[in-house]
Write a protein that binds this ligand. Structure first.
Ligand SMILES: [Zn+2]
Length: 492
C-alpha cells in the first residue's frame, strides 16, 4: 500500500482498556470529544457533536421501534409543581432526596409553590392523563417523550454513566386491565433486546428487581443489566408495572363498558440513552479508542485522499464521486480534507471509532480500485470501485454482527454458582456474576441482601424472568430454606 504507512504514525490513543478501565474511559471521553467535564457544575456536561450525533442515531432507532409498536411522542414541561411530585407517598420517598428545586424568580421573589426539575415524569404526566382519559374508548393510551431528567446523584459522577442531567426516553402507558400491563412489560423487554442487543450490540440479562430495589411507587420493576469491562454491571432500560397505585394517587379513572368508574392500570419504561451510550463506549471500545457500531456512528465511512505529485485534483474528484455514490445509497460519509498525513488521519478516525475507512491514492485511481479498512478487526482489502456500494453495505452489517458477537462472547461463562460468602466474593473478584439461593426478594430479604453487600461488595440484582429456576439449598445469610435464585454482582 501507500508509502505513508512506513513512516512514523503519531499515536493518538493507546490505553489498555481491560487493565485500566477507569483511565481508559475518562481519556476516551476527552480525546474523542464525547463530553467535556470542565463545565463547572458537578454532574453536568456539554455533549459535543460526536456524542450527540451518535446518541441522536440511537434515539431515532428507539423511537422508530416505539412508534411501530403504537407509542406516540409527546413532550411535557421540565418543571413539576411540588404538590404533584409529593402525591404518591412511596414515589416521594424514593425521589425527593435527589430533586433540584426552583424556589424563586429574578431578584429573590418567592414562587407560590416550589417547582421540581423533573427527576422522572410520572407526577407531571398523570394529572393530565386523569383529564384526558374519560372512557374505555380512550384506552390503551401509549405515549412517550424524549427529554432530559435531573437527579442529584450523591456518588461520584462520570460522563454518560452517572450524570446529574441525562438524556432518555420515558414511555407512559395506560390500560384497562392488569393483564395488559403485564403484556406491555413483556413488550418493553422485547424492545430492549431488539434495540440494545440487536442494534447496539450490547448483550443484556433481564431481572425482576427485588422489592427494595424496585421503582418507588410501582408494583414490580424489570431491568436489563450489562457487564462493563471492570466486571461491574450497569442497569440499562428498566420497565415498571405500576399496578393501579399511581392511578389511585392521580385519579386516572375511566368509565368502563358497564358505565362504572374504575381505576386504570399503568406501566412506564425508561431507556436512558446517554447511559446506554456510555455502556456502548465501554463494551465495544478497544485500546485504540472507540469502535462504534455502523448503525450508530455519526460518520459511517471516512474517505482519506492520499495526495502525491500532480494527481491531487484527480484524487479529490475520485473521492468526491465515492462520497456521492455512498451518500446516494443513504450512508453517512465524510471526506477528510484537512492538512496532515494520511497516517495521522487513520489514527484519528480509528480513535473516533469510525467503522469503515476508504483510502484513495493515485494508484487506486488508475486501477479503478479503493482500499476499504474496517475498524473492528483493523483489516484492509482492495475492492473494485464498481462494487463500492455493495461492499460497504455488506461490511457495515458484518461489523455490527462482529462487535455484537465479541461482546456476547465475553458474556458467556459469566455466571458462576456460589452458595457461600467466600465463593460469592471470589466470583465477584473475577468480574463475574454469582448465582445464589436466597430466602426471598420480598422486603423481609433486605437484611440478608445488606449483609451480602457488606461482606462481598455485591448487590442482589434480582431473579431471572427469562429462565425458570428452582432453588435448592439455603440462604447464605439467614440460613432459611431458599425460595428463589438471585444473581449477585458489583454494580455502577
Ligand atoms: Zn436470607
Amino acid at each position: 500500500m501507500s508509502s505513508e504507512k512506513k513512516g512514523p504514525r503519531s499515536t493518538i490513543f493507546d490505553i489498555d482498556k481491560e487493565k485500566n478501565f477507569p483511565d481508559w474511559y475518562g481519556e476516551i471521553c476527552k480525546v474523542a470529544e464525547l463530553a467535556d467535564i470542565r463545565y463547572g457544575v458537578k454532574g453536568f456536561t456539554p455533549f459535543p457533536p460526536w456524542s450527540l450525533m451518535s446518541m441522536n442515531n440511537m434515539f431515532n432507532i428507539l423511537e422508530e421501534v416505539l412508534q411501530r409498536k403504537d407509542h406516540l411522542p409527546m413532550l411535557f414541561p421540565t418543571v413539576i409543581p411540588e404538590s404533584n411530585l409529593t402525591k404518591e407517598a412511596k414515589h416521594v420517598e424514593g425521589f425527593v432526596p435527589q430533586v433540584f428545586w426552583i424556589q424563586d424568580i429574578g431578584d429573590g421573589e418567592k414562587l407560590e409553590e416550589r417547582l421540581a426539575l423533573r427527576p422522572t415524569s410520572e407526577t407531571a404526566i398523570y394529572p393530565m392523563y386523569s383529564l384526558w382519559i374519560r372512557s374505555w374508548r380512550d384506552l390503551p393510551l401509549k405515549r412517550y417523550q424524549r427529554c432530559s431528567v435531573f437527579r442529584s446523584e450523591v456518588k461520584s459522577t462520570r460522563p454518560f454513566l452517572r450524570g446529574r442531567e441525562f438524556l432518555w426516553i420515558e414511555s407512559h402507558n395506560v390500560y384497562a386491565t392488569h393483564d395488559e400491563v403485564k403484556a406491555q412489560v413483556m413488550e418493553d423487554l422485547e424492545t430492549t433486546k431488539e434495540v440494545i442487543t440487536e442494534d447496539f450490540g450490547i448483550p443484556v440479562m433481564v431481572f425482576r428487581r427485588t422489592q427494595w430495589d424496585k421503582f418507588p411507587g410501582g408494583l414490580n420493576t424489570y431491568a436489563a443489566d450489562t457487564l462493563m469491562p471492570d466486571g461491574k454491571v450497569i442497569q440499562l432500560p428498566s420497565t415498571h408495572d405500576l399496578g393501579d397505585n399511581f392511578a389511585r394517587a392521580f385519579d386516572v379513572k375511566y368509565l368502563n363498558e358497564n358505565n362504572e368508574t374504575v381505576y386504570a392500570w399503568q406501566t412506564c419504561y425508561g431507556p436512558a440513552v446517554s447511559r446506554i451510550f456510555g455502556a456502548m463506549i465501554a463494551v465495544h471500545g478497544d485500546n485504540k479508542g472507540l469502535r462504534l457500531p455502523f448503525k450508530i456512528a455519526p460518520y459511517q465511512i471516512v474517505v482519506i485522499p492520499i495526495f502525491r505529485g500532480d494527481t491531487a485534483d484527480a484524487v479529490l474528484e475520485y473521492c468526491e464521486n465515492i462520497q456521492k455514490t455512498l451518500r446516494k445509497a443513504g450512508f453517512r460519509v465524510h471526506i477528510d480534507m484537512r492538512d496532515g498525513t494520511p497516517g495521522w488521519k487513520y489514527n484519528y478516525w480509528e480513535m473516533k471509532g469510525v467503522p469503515v475507512r476508504v483510502e484513495v491514492g493515485p494508484r487506486d485511481l488508475k486501477g479503478n480500485k479503493a482500499v476499504l479498512f474496517r475498524r473492528d478487526t483493523m483489516e484492509r482489502e482492495t475492492i473494485d470501485i464498481k462494487d463500492l456500494k455493495k461492499e460497504v453495505s455488506a461490511l457495515g452489517k458484518d461489523i455490527d454482527k462482529n462487535l455484537r458477537a465479541a461482546a456476547e462472547a465475553r458474556f458467556e461463562g459469566l455466571i458462576v454458582d456460589a452458595d457461600s460468602y467466600g465463593t460469592i466474593e471470589d466470583t465477584l473478584d473475577k468480574g463475574k456474576i454469582a448465582r445464589t439461593p436466597f430466602c426471598t426478594t420480598e422486603m423481609e430479604g433486605l437484611s440478608c441482601a445488606d449483609e451480602i453487600k457488606d461482606r462481598t461488595g455485591g448487590e442482589v440484582r434480582g431473579t431471572r424472568i427469562d429462565v425458570e429456576e428452582k432453588p435448592d439449598g439455603v440462604c447464605v445469610s439467614c440460613g432459611k430454606v431458599a425460595t428463589e435464585i438471585v444473581y449477585i454482582a458489583r454494580s455502577y
